[in-house]
Ligand binder design. Sequence first.
Ligand code: AMP
Length: 402
Amino acid sequence: MVTPLNKKKTLRDFPKTYFNGKKVFVRVDFNVPINKESNSIREDYRIRRALPTIDFLIESGAKIILGSHLGRPKGTIMKDLSLEIVSSRLSELINKEVLFCRDFMKDNLSEKVDDMPNGSVIMLENLRFHKEETANDKIFSSNLASLAEIYINEAFGTSHRAHSSTYGMAQGFKTKIAGFLVSKEIKFISRMMKEPEHPFLVIIGGSKIRDKISALGNLLESADKIIIAGGAAYTFLKANGINIGSSIYEEEMIDWVREVYKKYQHKIVLPIDHVISKSFNKDDPCSISDKDIPEEHMALDIGPKTIELFNSIIKGPGYIFWNGPMGVFEFEQYSSGTIHVARAVALATWRGATSVVGGGETIAAIRKAEVLESEISHMSTGGGALLEYLGGSQLPGIEILD
Ligand code: AMP
């Protein structure tokens, strides 16, 4: 039988003394965006989110081994995907030396860890520099596992992958538990799946529906209202016979969308006007169009009437889940819709709604709108993992925990 996610053991279930002097492997998600030109970290949000767990373990006197991936090096060593700058940044954040291990297979790491004083931290190089990591190789997994006595998953965003560091290595541990961040993710997402406060409002944006259909299918069932905007809206509008010009849409999804629309029409809210342009360029002229979009024009953001409509819906109280931007928010002139929605979600949270925002793009949009982390109930670090879980798939990295 599958254990409900919110019944998993977490750091909170143990006293600090339990970790004193023990070697603890923490699978973190330090897959941060890197500025290649300056070899610097563009956004350290994912590192900061793991600090409560790392601080707790330092205070407990554990010997902490941190493992993560960065990007997709596919088993080769790529200088620009090294975690060395991440380990330096972590050292600044915790105001403590963080040792860095280039290759745990060669560096006699086990002995090094034994000799480390309690409360020390060591960070391993990008685990995906070894092709065995994503292959969930048995020997690689047991080599990793041999470094520690306790396993902690603090990488919700990679928990949908059965890799060595997220799954294979955990199998051999007597104590394998969720870190503070993972347990917070589980708490909010389980509640949303099982007993969201009503009205339950879902806001879906982004470019594609295809990756989100299972999640969408389940959310359509449980939500009271569902706003569909961004590129995802144009397949719905086209299926409804509306002229979408040259806007992005998914032909292969039209039949599915027609079915869904027939069943859930009363819940679905789509854009009623758009910001359009003839080309997908940052500075080309743009204008506003009503529902039907003229030929050779593409919609790149929601229009002012739609913003007004969405503002009147995103009010709270209840539960709000938002995934995906309302337009091409990376370009200034198409960011207004997303910024307004971010601010509306924050305002609804002030009014008492529980808000969960998920996915890298959506979190970037929250920042662009200058909405503070504290103005949203929970910002989920897991894009793919979150959608897979909402779609009904199990997360091996969570399932394996005690
Ligand atoms: P996703 O990964 O599916 O969540 O998509 C995120 C991307 O969707 C962002 O990079 C946006 O630029 C893009 N996007 C949002 N709205 C539109 C649109 N109307 N047309 C094209 N791309 C869009």
